[in-house]
Design a protein around this ligand. Structure first.
Ligand code: ASP
Length: 335
């Protein structure tokens, strides 16, 4: 069952999605009324500051054939997400909605665009976390669910557990009524042909972090993993503390060589340096990414603190990343 706050968030998102790009104050007013009608006080009565940042994965070369298409896809999603948060939607709802849209694009390595493993199958990983409660949910190596991030959110909200994996996770989520993916049928060669030739640099993990007007942080990440991964391999993206983290201090979503992010608990390390070491967001996130690089792990993060400061360091030539906020004009960059 969705809570009142979640219903408000979902309705706000739908209204924002229906609004033309660049819609102004009028549409925000109508969203406010929706919140009132739902009998729930959405977050717009709280602080003025809000921020939404998203990433579409690290770019390991100075030029990537899909970078422009991915960048162009990110801007309107970011804009809709920003409008929803400004109107009072929660960080958690907007993080999930942004990632659903990216999963549905088919041009990122997540959801319908997820790359194939060595057996010619999609195995998808995702996680989501809310900062105030530190509630989290995750799925790994799932094949059948259309939007893995919604699988992760379902685990967080509807079970007492944090992580479900493999066919049992698919069955659990399918039984709960989550939409199934349209999978290419036939043998693995047929499936590969249906998806086109493998990319040379098949990156494009997606993630989002948000600070809402209640002051709550949230983070989420979704991926198909590394190209040609061995079946059953799971990276950092579904692991809370490695590829995703949200607390009262910071929200983080990572992309890169997952094994390193796991071994050094990268996302939580940013939290720890800030919470226990008194480091600033920029210092903590920058140091974690550059120290991972020194150890051999390429990658990047988007990180957001409760004051609305954003850091998006990466040790790769590029990282698709975008941000919008109450005091921050919408910006999407690849390099
Ligand atoms: N971190 C992901 C993984 O290791 C991949 C990526 O971000 O590109 O599965």
């Amino acid at each position: 069952m969705m809570s009142g706050k979640q219903i408000v968030g979902a309705v706000l998102w739908l209204l924002a999605a229906a609004s033309p790009v660049g819609a102004g104050e009028g549409s925000l007013d109508s969203r406010r009324q929706v919140g009132d009608l739902a009998g729930e006080q959405p977050c717009h009565s709280g602080q003025a500051e809000w921020v939404l940042a998203m990433h579409g994965g690290v770019l390991t070369r100075p030029w990537h054939p899909k970078a422009e298409a991915r960048k162009a896809a990110m801007a309107p999603i970011l804009q809709r997400g920003g409008m929803a948060i400004e109107g009072g939607a929660s960080a958690l709802e907007v993080v999930a909605a942004v990632i659903v849209e990216m999963e549905d694009q088919g041009i990122f390595n997540a959801g319908s665009g997820a790359i194939l493993n060595q057996a010619g199958e999609r195995e998808m990983d995702a996680s989501i976390m809310e900062g105030t409660t530190q509630m989290s949910g995750a799925v790994a190596s799932i094949r059948k669910i259309k939007n893995p991030i919604l699988g992760a959110k379902h685990v967080m909200e509807e079970t007492d557990n944090v992580l479900f994996v493999g066919p049992a996770a698919d069955s659990l989520l399918a039984a709960a009524g989550l939409e199934l993916a349209e999978l290419p049928t036939g043998g693995s060669d047929t499936r590969r042909a249906a998806l086109g030739p493998p990319e040379e640099t098949p990156l494009g993990t997606v993630g989002a972090v948000a600070l809402d007007r209640c002051g709550d942080l949230a983070a989420g990440t979704s991926t198909g993993g590394f190209d040609s991964k061995i079946p059953g391999r799971v990276g950092d993206s579904p692991l809370v503390g490695a590829g995703t983290w949200a607390s009262l201090t910071v929200a983080v979503s990572a992309s890169g060589h997952g094994e390193y992010f796991i071994r050094y608990a990268a996302a939580h390390d940013i939290h720890a340096r800030m919470a226990y070491g008194g480091r600033s967001l920029a210092d903590a996130a920058g140091a974690v990414v550059s120290e991972l690089f020194e150890k051999g792990g390429i990658g990047g993060v988007i990180a957001l603190d409760r004051q609305g400061r954003v850091a998006m360091p990466h040790s790769t030539p590029g990282m698709l990343r975008g941000v919008v906020g109450a005091n921050q004009a919408l910006e999407v960059k690849a390099y």
